[in-house]
Write a new protein. Structure first.
Length: 294
């Protein structure tokens, strides 16, 4: 991939993850105003499914393939992850939540090594260790860790399992179908919780934020699907770490949340881990190995 193509890819991924952060920012505004996180999560999946259905061009016969247990379990993990991260955002700074959330790629990597027998790259392992150190600096275990931080870690754990299930399904379903499956199953799984949660107040601002949260998140995930179509997943995955930049900036602008020096160092280490992985994955000698572990 040329430098220009890489810049275009980086721009697409950065726009995608920024849209996801915007969706979560709207979600944080909603939960802080008293809207139940499960309502926000359910509406995100339901509205996303309605919007994406015409673009995904899913045929009815394709729906039968979604009964695969791997597809359903993958949807369970992402529904749990979204619900957990929205619960965490209710009380925690958005940058800190995303910092803890990035325990996900580490969990995915470990699961791939254990269950898929992927050969761990020494360099990649070191970079993930650096990222994990960054997560610890953000979370600060043993130093007054909060319930919100624990939910952020839970969200990252769900996300890591979701990434692992995506590896298991690689090549079995086209990307838009995979995205549509998680939206449909996520809607079904969260409907009971959504129906039993308090109904949001009938204010224009609340419903506008609910729609904006869903649309921004769906658009971001759809752009990530496009990015993965045009480039190897091993190039796209490290670029997702730029999400921390968007999360930090929006946290400061919208909520006035400045990460403390220790958390800021942790975020920097997590970013270094992601960008370092990108540099390693671009090396010709590593291309084959990383295509399996991306």
């Amino acid at each position: 991939m040329s430098a220009l193509d890489l810049c275009r890819l980086a721009g697409t991924v950065f726009l995608a993850v920024t849209l996801v952060v915007i969706g979560d920012t709207c979600g944080k505004l909603l939960t802080q105003s008293g809207v139940d996180p499960f309502i926000v999560a359910w509406s995100r999946f339901a509205i996303g499914a309605l919007v994406l259905w015409p673009l995904a061009r899913i045929q009815w016969r394709e729906l039968a393939g979604m009964k695969d247990w791997r597809v359903i379990l993958r949807a369970v993990f992402i529904a749990g992850g979204i619900s957990s991260i929205l619960t965490a955002l209710e009380t925690e700074p958005i940058a800190n939540v995303f910092g803890a959330f990035f325990v996900g790629p580490i969990i995915s990597y470990v699961l791939a090594v254990v269950f898929l027998k992927e050969r761990p790259s020494t360099t990649h392992t070191i970079l993930l260790a650096v990222g994990f150190l960054g997560v610890l600096l953000v979370v600060k275990p043993g130093f007054g860790v909060t319930t919100g931080t624990l939910f952020a870690l839970l969200a990252g754990t769900f996300y890591g399992c979701y990434l692992f299930m995506t590896k298991l399904l690689a090549g079995a379903m086209r990307p838009t179908r995979l995205l549509m499956s998680q939206l449909l199953f996520g809607t079904i799984l969260l409907t009971p919780l959504g129906l039993t949660s308090p109904i949001p107040p009938s204010e224009t601002s609340v419903w506008s934020l609910l729609i904006a949260s869903a649309l921004a998140s769906t658009a971001g995930n759809y752009l990530l699907v496009i990015a993965n179509r045009t480039a190897d997943a091993s190039l796209v995955a490290p670029l997702v770490y730029t999400q921390l930049i968007s999360a930090t900036i929006l946290g400061v602008i919208v909520f006035g949340d400045w990460p403390d020096p220790v958390a800021l160092l942790g975020l920097a280490l997590i970013s270094l881990s992601g960008l370092g992985s990108l540099a390693v994955r671009r090396k010709p000698d590593d291309r084959t190995t990383n295509a399996r572990s991306g």
